[in-house]
Design a protein around this ligand. Structure first.
Ligand code: ADP
Ligand code: ADP
Length: 224
């Protein structure tokens, strides 16, 4: 899979300012750390990559095809882990995964298999019948990561996956992400450089809607 962003612009005020301002970038499978201060444009970028927002200008293609023309075929290839606001609090962990599997159009057999596997992988088997409103911050992050992995997406978009986690849990989730990232394009937004310094192929720094730097973690950290 090759994901290609070309000459992308997105404005919320009819072109007075651009939240994404002339961004181009290519990604092949691997983990990419997306760093940037609040307001840099990370959520806007992710919104366009998940087909929740449309650009004003420019294109995003997956293996040469326009993602907005692909529509549902593209959305079936992506897994998205949002920030925590949008959790279905009244659902149990397992019910939440079933619901997300249905939204992704998975059949019951695949859903059952993958839900069992993912509950195991994120270590939530024992909490499967617990409602999400009783989950800790770290448990919520783990169930959100599990739903992003349903249907084995080729592109995985993770918005601050370690937010709300204690140090031990951060390490566990990092190991899990690097383990499941084979053959996937993983875009991981974080404020915590340690989240990506060991596992990212490259780090992209976004400021004021532009990619101002793109480097290996080694080079990136050497000049920080
Ligand atoms: P973060 O920095 O964690 O991505 P923000 O606080 O920037 O979160 O944004 C939270 C939500 O508010 C997002 O859905 C975003 O689209 C929306 N938002 C951010 N800035 C504005 C704004 N100036 N006007 C209206 N909505 C906004
Ligand atoms: P980040 O995720 O890096 O914090 P955002 O993409 O949320 O950045 O925001 C980029 C810029 O776009 C900010 O100036 C923010 O205020 C603005 N913005 C984001 N969402 C909205 C929105 N829904 N309406 C108006 N402005 C927005």
């Amino acid at each position: 899979m090759e994901l290609k962003i070309k000459d992308l612009y997105k404005s919320y005020d009819h072109g007075k300012t651009y939240a994404i301002n002339d961004v181009s970038a290519d990604f092949t499978p691997g983990i990419y750390g997306i760093l940037g201060p609040n307001g840099a444009g990370k959520s806007t970028m992710f919104g366009m990559l998940t087909d929740n927002l449309r650009p004003d200008k420019g294109s995003i293609t997956a293996d040469g095809e326009d993602i907005y023309k692909m529509g549902a075929d593209y959305r079936a290839k992506i897994g998205y882990m949002p920030q925590q606001q949008s959790l279905y609090e009244a659902f149990t962990a397992e019910k939440f995964l079933w619901y997300m599997a249905a939204l992704k159009g998975m059949n019951r057999k695949d859903a059952r298999e993958q839900i069992e596997n993912l509950l195991e992988v994120v270590n939530l088997k024992e909490e499967r019948y617990k409602k999400l409103k009783y989950f800790s911050g770290g448990m919520k992050q783990r169930i959100l990561l599990a739903q992003a992995l349903l249907n084995d997406p080729e592109i995985l978009i993770l918005d601050e996956p370690t937010a709300g986690m204690d140090p031990e849990e951060r390490i566990r989730i990092r190991n899990f992400i690097s383990g499941c990232a084979k053959d996937k394009i993983v875009l991981l937004a974080t404020h915590v450089v340690a989240d990506v310094e060991n596992m990212a192929r490259e780090i992209l720094l976004i400021k004021n809607g532009k990619i101002v730097r793109r480097d290996t973690p080694q080079k990136f950290l050497a000049e920080l």
